[in-house]
Design a protein around this ligand. Sequence first.
Ligand code: NAD
Length: 501
Amino acid sequence: MSSQTTSLRATVPTPQPPCQLRNFIGGQAVDGVRTFTKVNPVDGSPIAEVHEAGRHEVDRAVAAARAALDGPWGRMSVTERATMLRCIADAIERRTDDLVAAEVGDTGKPETLARDLDVARAAANFRAFADIVSAAGLDSFLTELPDGRRALNYAVRKPLGVVAVIVPWNLPLLLLTWKLAPALATGNTVVVKPSEETPSSATLLAEILVEAGLPVGVVNVVHGFGADSAGELLTTHPGIDGVTFTGESSTGSAIMRAVAPRVRPVSFELGGKNAAVVFADADLDTAIAGLARSTYLNTGQVCLCTERIYVERSIFADVADGLAEQAARLRLGRPENPATTTGPLISPQHREKVLGYFELAREEGATVLAGGGVPTLGDGLDAGSWIEPTLWTGLDNSHRVVREEIFGPVAALIPFDTEEEAIALANDTDYGLAAVTWTSDLTRGHRVAQRMRVGMSWVNTWYLRDLRSPFGGVGLSGIGREGGHHSLEFYTEPTNVCVQL
Ligand code: NAD
C-alpha cells in the first residue's frame, strides 16, 4: 500500500491558519462560548476553530427559528416553497467547488466522491422534495351519515414547527439536506446541529441558503458536541417541536429520553450491521465488485455498508479471494488525487475504536485475508487517521465483531449451505437497516429480499436510491421512514376540517 500511494504523491499543502467557524443564527455569524479545533483526518493538521454554542446561543437559534415560522416564510404557498427549493438546488450547484472543499477538508474523502455523491445528492435532495411536495395529495372524504347529514372532510397539512436537525459526520451534507429539503418543503424552520467532526459544509450551506433567497432565521446552525453541549441543549429545549436525528443507536436512545418529558415526535436513522448474501448462482464478477463497493465505499463509513457477508459454501473460496484482491487494490491517498479511492477514517478516536475491533477479531479467531492494521503511507499522511481495508474469515454470528457495528472498511465472510440458513443468519441481529442479495435467480431474489428484516433490501445492487422510496431501519436501526411522502408525514401535522353540507 505504501509504495503505491507514495508514487501518487501530491505536493504537501502549506499550512494555513485555521479558519473560524461560527454559529449561524438569524442570518448572522455568532460567536460561541468557547472554541474547539477541527483537525483534518488526512494529515492531522488543524483546519478550523469551531465556535461551540452554549445555552444562550441555542436559545437565540430556537427563537430565530420561531420568529421565522411566524413571518413571511410561514405564509408561503407550497408552490412558492417548491420554487425556493429549486433555487436552493441551483445555488448548491453553483457553489459545488466550495462545498466539495468543505466536505473534503472535514472528512478527507476523495474529491471525486464528495463531488459525485455528497454535493450532487445535496442538490438532488432539494429538487426531489420540490417535486414530492408539489405532487402530495391530502385525504378528503365525502361523508354520508345514516341520518341524512352530509359533510366534507378534508385534511390540511401544517408544518411541525421548529425542528431540531441533528446529523452525523459520515455523509454530512447529503444527510443534512436529506432532512432539510423535506423540512423546508413543508414549511418548517430548523435549528441544525452538525457533527463536531464536520462543521464546515453545514455552515457554508446556511450562507448559501440565505444567498438563494431563504428568509433569515428559517435555517440556523449551532455547533458543538452531543451530551452536555449544543446537541443536548437543543433536544431538551422547550421551543423545539420535533427532532430528526441520524447517528448511533445509543445516541438515538439518549435523544428519546431527552424529548420524552415533552412528548415530542422523533425520526431516527440509526446504526446498522448490514448483511449481504451471495448465492452460488450469482454472477461472481458483478457480486464481488458490488461487495467491494458496499464494504469499502467512504472507508466503510456509510450506514448502509456491508459488514457481514454470507456466501454459499461452494463459492466461498472464490468470493474470499476475489474480495481480498479488490481490497488490496484500493488506493489510499490524498483526496485531490483522482486515483485515490479511499480516504482516512474521520478521526483518531474513531480509528482507535475500529482498531479495537481489529484486535478483538484476532482474539475471536479471525483469519485476516486483507489489511488488518494501519498503513504506512509517507507523503506527510502518517499523522492522519488511515486504516487498511480489511477482510476476515473464520468468524460466525456468535462473535462480537460480527454482532456490533464497527463503521469502518471491514467485513467478515461467513459460509452457509441453504437459503433458509442464509436468511436466518442475515436476520440474526439487533439492527435492521439494509441487506443485499446476490443471485441470478430473480424469483429467489424477490423471495429472499422480502424476508430480510430490514428497511431496505437490495437485489444485485447496493445503494441505488429512488428518493421517493422509503428509507429507514427496524430494530436498533431506527424509527420512522424518510423519503418521498414518508418524510412529509414526519414534518407535518395534519388537521382535519369537517364542514357540514
Ligand atoms: P453520533 O450518534 O455519535 O453523533 C451524531 C450526532 O449526534 C452528532 O451531531 C453528535 O454531536 C450528536 N449527539 C451525540 N450525542 C448527543 C446527545 N446526547 N444529544 C444530542 N445530540 C447528540 O453518530 P456519529 O458517530 O456522528 O455517526 C456514525 C453513526 O451514524 C453510525 O452508527 C452510523 O450507522 C449512523 N448513521 C446512520 C445512518 C442512517 O441513515 N441510518 C446514516 C448515517 C450514519
